[in-house]
Design a protein around this ligand. Structure first.
Ligand SMILES: *[C@@H]1O[C@H](CO)[C@@H](O)[C@H](O)[C@H]1NC(C)=O
Length: 298
C-alpha cells in the first residue's frame, strides 16, 4: 500500500514538528528533538504545508514498520498511538480506529511490535497463547488485559497457534501434537484405492467415538450422538442397544427412560411447570468450537 509507507516515512518528520507546536503527542519521543533554529512562524507555515501534504484527510494511518503503531491525523495534527499490547492496528479504513488480534491481519510488511508486557500465562497482555507445556496440545490461554482464561479444545482437536482456533491435529501441524500423538490410534494399512474412501473404525476405547482415516492414513476422531455407538460392522452410528459390544455403554450415565427418550423424542406438548428434572446434563459439546474448560468436561 503506497500511502502507508508514505505516511510512515513522512510522519516521522511531522512528529518532530508536531511535538513542538501541536498538542502533545502521547507516548514516545520523536527521534530527533525539534530544531529551534527556524523562526516560529516560518516553522508553523512549513508544518502546515507538510501536514496538508502528508495527512490528506483526517483519520487513522498505519505506521510503516510497526504493526501495532498508528497515527491519528486530526485537524492538521498528528498523534502517534499504540494498540494495547498483543493487538495490532487494522488499517482497513482510515475512518476506523481499530486494533485487532493479529490472526487475520498481515503484518509481514510492518513486522515490528512494541516490547511485550507479559503476565501469568500471557506472553502479551492480549491474545490467544499456547499452553506452556507443549504436550498440552488442546489447551490454550485467552488473555485480556493481562488476565488469562484457560480454554480446552473439544476432544481430539489441537490448538493451532497460527490461526488461534482448534483444528484437527493434521491441520494444526504442531510439533508433538500430530495425529499419532494426540490419538492412541493407528490407521490400519490399506491400499490406496480403499484409502480414498476415508475408512472409519470404531474407537477401541469409547463406544460413542470412531476414527475417520483421511486418505487411509491420518486419523481424526469423531463422535456419534449421545445414546448412539459406532457400529464397526456397518460402519455407522447406531443406537447403542443395537450394537452388541456396546449395548451397555451408557449404563450409569443415562437411564433406560432417558435412552428411550433420545431414540424416540417425545412429541413436544405443553409442559406443566416444575415437572421432571432437566435431562440436559449428559450432553457433551461436540461442536468444533472452543469450549470453556472446567465446568462440564468430564
Ligand atoms: C483394496 O482393498 C480393498 C479392501 O481391502 C479390496 O476390496 C480391494 O480389492 C483392494 N484393491 C486393490 C486395487 O488392491
Amino acid at each position: 500500500m503506497a500511502f502507508r509507507s508514505c505516511v510512515g516515512v513522512v510522519l516521522l518528520g511531522c512528529l518532530v514538528l508536531a511535538s513542538a507546536a501541536g498538542p502533545k503527542p502521547k507516548g514516545r519521543k520523536p527521534v530527533n528533538p525539534p530544531v529551534r533554529t527556524i523562526a516560529e512562524n516560518e516553522r508553523k507555515a512549513e508544518q502546515e504545508a507538510e501536514i496538508t501534504n502528508d495527512c490528506p484527510e483526517d483519520g487513522f494511518f498505519a505506521d510503516a514498520e510497526q504493526c501495532d503503531k498508528y497515527y491519528e491525523c486530526r485537524g492538521g495534527t498528528i498523534i502517534e498511538k499504540l494498540c494495547p499490547d498483543g493487538m495490532v492496528f487494522n488499517d482497513y479504513s482510515p475512518q476506523e480506529e481499530k486494533c485487532d488480534l493479529p490472526f487475520n491481519l498481515d503484518c509481514s510488511a510492518r513486522p515490528k511490535l512494541q516490547t511485550p508486557i507479559p503476565a501469568l500465562h500471557c506472553p502479551r497482555q492480549n491474545g490467544y497463547f499456547s499452553h506452556e507445556d507443549p504436550k498440552e496440545c488442546g489447551k490454550f490461554y485467552y488473555c485480556v488485559d493481562g488476565k488469562f482464561n484457560m480454554i480446552t479444545c473439544p476432544d481430539g482437536l489441537v490448538y493451532n497457534d497460527k490461526t488461534g482456533i482448534c483444528t484437527w491435529p493434521d491441520e494444526a501441524k504442531k510439533k508433538g501434537c500430530g495425529a499419532a500423538e494426540v490419538f492412541a490410534f493407528d490407521c490400519p494399512p490399506v491400499n490406496e484405492t480403499f484409502g480414498l474412501t476415508h475408512p472409519r473404525y470404531a474407537d477401541p476405547e469409547d463406544c460413542q467415538f470412531f476414527y475417520v482415516c483421511i486418505n487411509g492414513n491420518t486419523p481424526r476422531r469423531s463422535g456419534c450422538k449421545l445414546g448412539q455407538a459406532f457400529d464397526d460392522v456397518n460402519k455407522k452410528c447406531e443406537w447403542a442397544r443395537k450394537v452388541p459390544e456396546c449395548a451397555d455403554w451408557y449404563k450409569g450415565q443415562l437411564t433406560d427412560a432417558e435412552l428411550e427418550a433420545l431414540e424416540n423424542p417425545p412429541t413436544p406438548k405443553p409442559k406443566p411447570a416444575g415437572s421432571a428434572p432437566s435431562r440436559r446434563k449428559p450432553m457433551r459439546p461436540h461442536k468444533a468450537k472452543a469450549v470453556e474448560v472446567d465446568a462440564d468436561e468430564e
